[in-house]
Design a protein around this ligand. Sequence first.
Ligand code: MG
Length: 176
Amino acid sequence: MPMTSPFRIGSGYDVHRLAGGLELWLCGVKVPHSKGAVAHSDGDVAIHALCDALLGAANLRDIGYHFPDANDEYKGMDSKILLRRTMCMVREKGYELGNADVTLCLQRPKVKDLIPAMQQRLAQAMQTDAENISIKATTTETLGFVGREEGVAAYAVALLLKTDRSSLPNQPRKRG
Ligand code: MG
């Protein structure tokens, strides 16, 4: 029987272009700003990176595979719905979230005061405790496309724990 770890780590990364007159959604919160994300869905890069981290940890392909942007069903969609569906797939495969860590990369605006609300929104969508979700934000010191405010990026990592005890390796078996 192949060995599989009861702990599974995944990483995700996403970028969206910024343009005037659009809404900016980050970690499920609408961020007041003069620019927003150009996207098929609501363009929440942080949630998209987090979905990819979860899917990666569960070895379930990626967000574009499950929610293709050619599909009108996802047009303008609230990314929290994608996150909720992703968690359903992860749980169906027998995993539960350990913790997730998200890094937002944007030059402006400052989002530090919104972080507790972002943690709450993500935790609610994922049906987990806000303590399991960490969100950080950084600028890129005005360098690159983030620094020039042409786009916003996000990185995420997630740790999953196997919940189906019977499939854990090296479990002592009762003898009859
Ligand atoms: Mg995206």
